[in-house]
Design a binder for this molecule. Structure first.
Ligand code: NAP
Length: 313
């Protein structure tokens, strides 16, 4: 996308991120004839594209594959002139306008910036987790579930992600044990009911993983009951960890107002603390975190970026 020898490529709008928020922002900015550039990362699509089936995005009464929905978002944005650069942003300077964005391939200037960098899975931070990542420890059932045909797996967490992914894993695994630190799930009622009624799913309540064990790959988990203090080893072939997410906002640290978790503070107009910089999706929302809410925020951010450019041209 960028010729390293020339001066920075100047864009009216740069969108950082290519999940539902980023691509919806790109669609709206493209339809406002702003010819947006999406710095989409090396693996575009965001977390939603790693979800097997999305059942709550309106317009798809039979559900839609996460990857398929991401491709449709991209196709629609590109149809109206959005360009996707498969580059990683490595540095952003918001102190001077036009803003500077450095990627692994070069440098850009932007009159307006829409941050839609999403969030990444939180790790348990227990011994063995890092060592066995990719060797039995996973954060993506859609990516890795297939490897566990006929095997025993554990899922850690009690939220929507954990339960949804546990249900998905029953397609492959012979047994799925959900390990949750309390005795009630945080997940929505429909998912809870499905999981509790599923013959391949069992629960280890009030339990936390203390260690991921194995030799060359995962063979078990050391699990502690937080009520009784009892410690047991659960033999499993894989563990899928879904205990929440952290926003991908480190690039903007010290430049934009954020809450204590690093979520970028925006007002109802999706404006950040710097005029011309807007944020949408999980980089700026730790509450709703749905495909539809992220997409809606992306669209709104692009509408506001359009107004900003009209007023500052
Ligand atoms: P979440 O709702 O924050 O749930 C995280 C789960 O992990 C909670 O059950 C939490 O336990 C547990 N947990 C957190 N830290 C832990 C630790 N250190 N050790 C053990 N367990 C830990 O995260 P999420 O499930 O990823 O969902 C994020 C958002 O996306 C939510 O708003 C959710 O509704 C949404 N989402 C929606 C759908 C859907 O609508 N189909 C699908 C996926 C996600 P506690 O319950 O004790 O806090």
């Amino acid at each position: 996308m960028f010729d390293q020898k020339s001066s920075p490529q100047h864009e009216k709008v740069i969108v950082l991120g290519s999940g539902p928020a980023g691509l919806s922002a790109a669609l709206y900015a493209a339809r406002a004839e702003l010819n947006p550039l999406v710095i989409g990362g090396i693996e575009p699509g965001g977390q939603a594209s790693l979800t097997d089936t999305i059942e709550n995005y309106p317009g798809f009464p039979d559900g839609v594959g996460g990857a398929e929905l991401g491709e449709l978002f991209q196709k629609q944005a590109e149809k109206f002139g959005a360009r996707i650069a498969y580059e990683m942003a490595t540095n952003v300077d918001l102190k001077v306008h036009p803003f500077s964005v450095t990627t692994d391939s070069g440098q850009y200037k932007a009159d307006s910036l829409i941050i839609a960098t999403g969030a990444s899975p939180i790790h348990l931070n227990v011994p063995g987790e890092k060592e066995f990542t990719g060797k039995g420890v996973s954060y993506c059932a859609t990516c890795d579930g297939w490897f566990y045909k006929g095997k025993s797996v554990a899922v850690v967490g009690g939220g929507d992600s954990a339960i949804e992914e546990a249900l998905f894993l029953t397609r492959f695994a012979s047994s799925v044990t959900i390990i949750h630190r309390r005795d009630t799930l945080r997940a929505g009622a429909i998912l809870q009911k499905r999981a509790k009624e599923h013959p391949s799913i069992s629960f280890l309540w009030n339990s936390v993983v203390e260690e991921v064990q194995g030799d060359t790959k995962v063979s078990g988990l050391r699990v502690k009951n937080v009520i009784t203090g009892e410690i047991n080893t659960l033999p499993i072939d894989g563990v899928f960890i879904f205990i929440g997410h952290n926003p991908n906002t480190g690039l903007f640290s010290g430049q934009l107002d954020m809450d204590e978790k690093g979520v970028i503070r925006v007002n109802t107009m999706l404006e950040t603390s710097i005029p011309g910089v807007f944020a949408a999706g999980e980089a700026a929302d730790s509450h709703f975190r749905q495909v539809i809410t992220s997409a809606g925020m992306g669209a709104a951010a692009a509408i506001q970026a359009t107004h900003f450019l009209e007023n500052h041209s």
